[in-house]
Design a protein around this ligand. Structure first.
Ligand SMILES: *[C@@H]1O[C@H](CO)[C@@H](O)[C@H](O)[C@H]1NC(C)=O
Ligand SMILES: *[C@@H]1O[C@H](CO)[C@@H](O)[C@H](O)[C@H]1NC(C)=O
Ligand SMILES: *[C@@H]1O[C@H](CO)[C@@H](O)[C@H](O)[C@H]1NC(C)=O
Length: 433
């Protein structure tokens, strides 16, 4: 065999021995900076004795790891990013990341970490102490709730980016996300939060982006004092109302997004319009009622109102349904239509009431007269003759008498074979022979 061929094969051979050496059950790929063990059927963190110090990224995503035990690395302090997404992790052994003193990114998304196992008492011993962590991704774990002091100073003082989206969160306790003095980006979207408590996010003085979209807020009553906040997403909640001037303390806010909520009427005092910093307010996809209360939006021509570029589609009244409120002339934004319809309905109702009362009164007042009319009509009408054979009990020799009583059919007594006492009845008597 030619020596040059040997030289060509050698690196390939050494790569193969490295790959086999890393783990007995799965094959990871690696280059100078990345160890890629994605989708290799791993059940545990593999033993990697020969990993060179140049490798900074470890990717163990898409495996079946349940327990994260301490990594057995020759150069743990070289590692900057660890990806453990899409595993079955429910336990992180005490001090698992302790040796990775330069770790900046930890992705634990889509695992089975629960909320109580994140709580400080357990947490500070379990996940361990981070010196340089900047980005923690917990997205897609079924956390349920975040208890008080879950992220306190221990190990998280350097955190800048915290992703808690899709974590089934329904409660944020006071101070649950507290003391993260460097946090810039907090994602709480796709949870079940329904009540926003200012105190739960207090002390995030560096926070710039807060995503609270796809939750279940219907009313916003308070807002934390987030003095650095630039971008606030509240899209796709069920918001109908916001307390007055609630966004005022956010005096660095540049973008506010309220798309896909249940707002019907926009009052100027709801939005931080007097702020000179805000440049972008998004209000699309709300069921706007385009009436006189929305006139200020269209009329205010002096200010360069930021939401002018957006479509505020009217839902009501029906004649404007689907129209953009900015395409309607301000004089056509009336509340008159609603009132006139109301007045019409009221008038109709009153008229109907009067008519009913009139009819009842008429019937009552004329009842006697009507009765009289009825009785006299009948009187002149049908007559019935009732033959009444009177037997005085003295045998047949006596003169039999037949009484014919003529009466009106109304007189039931005769038909029932009773004696009548009617005075008006005419009695005819005559002899039989
Ligand atoms: C290592 O591989 C990744 C992609 O898997 C690539 O982005 C990166 O540039 C590679 N690094 C080197 C030093 O070749
Ligand atoms: C959450 O984790 C803790 C500690 O790991 C455990 O005791 C608890 O039972 C778990 N809760 C649920 C709902 O799985
Ligand atoms: C927050 O997370 C959701 C879902 O993971 C994502 O779609 C969204 O873009 C994130 N928000 C920000 C501001 O990055």
């Amino acid at each position: 065999m030619d020596i040059s061929i040997m030289f060509k094969i050698l690196p390939i051979l050494s790569l193969i021995t490295f790959v086999i050496g890393t783990t007995s059950t799965s094959i990871c790929r690696r280059n100078e900076t990345i160890l890629d063990c994605r989708n290799t059927g791993l059940k545990d963190i593999p033993y990697i004795p020969e990993l060179p110090g140049t490798v900074t990224h470890l990717d163990f995503s898409f495996n079946q790891i349940r327990v994260v035990s301490p990594f057995n690395l020759p150069h743990p302090s070289s590692v900057v990013e660890v990806y453990l997404a899409h595993n079955n992790i429910n336990t992180i052994v005490r001090g698992a990341f302790d040796d990775m003193t330069k770790l900046e990114v930890l992705d634990l998304s889509y695992n089975q970490i629960n909320g109580s196992s994140l709580h400080i008492e357990t947490y500070k011993y379990e996940i361990g102490h981070f010196e340089n962590i900047k980005r923690l991704i917990l997205k897609g774990n079924h956390l349920g709730k975040l208890e008080r002091l879950t992220f306190t100073a221990y190990g998280f003082s350097t955190l800048e980016h915290l992703d808690l989206s899709s974590c089934s969160l329904d409660t944020l306790e006071h101070l649950s996300i507290d003391n993260l003095a460097r946090l810039k980006h907090l994602n709480l979207s796709f949870n079940h939060l329904s009540k926003f408590e200012a105190l739960s996010l207090e002390g995030l003085s560096e926070l710039e982006v807060l995503d609270l979209s796809h939750n279940e807020f219907s009313i916003l009553n308070e807002m934390s004092r987030l003095v650095s906040l630039k971008t606030l997403y509240l899209d796709s909640n069920k918001l109908e109302a916001i307390k007055e001037n609630i966004f005022k303390p956010l005096f660095n806010l540049k973008m506010l997004s309220l798309k896909g909520n249940m707002f019907r009427t926009l009052y100027p005092y709801l939005l931080p319009l007097d702020s000179h910093i805000i440049k972008d307010i998004r209000l699309d996809d709300n069921p706007w009622h385009c009436d006189c209360r929305m006139r200020w939006l269209v009329e205010d021509k002096t200010d360069d109102i930021i939401f002018r570029d957006f479509k505020l589609k009217c839902e009501f009244p029906s004649r404007y349904r689907g129209k953009n409120v900015f395409d309607i002339r301000s004089k056509d934004l009336t509340c008159y239509a609603d009132y006139s319809r109301l007045i019409l309905l009221l008038t109709l109702f009153i008229i109907v009431c009067f008519m009913l009362v009139g009819i009842v009164w008429f019937i009552r007042a004329n009842r006697k007269y009507l009765k009289h009319l009825r009785c006299c009509d009948k009187k002149g009408g049908e007559y019935a003759a009732v033959y009444h054979h009177e037997d005085d009990g003295n045998g047949e020799g006596k003169d039999d008498q037949v009484n014919i009583i003529i009466t009106t059919t109304e007189d039931d007594s005769l038909l029932n074979n009773e004696e009548t006492t009617a005075t008006e009845d005419v009695k005819l008597q005559y002899s039989d022979d």
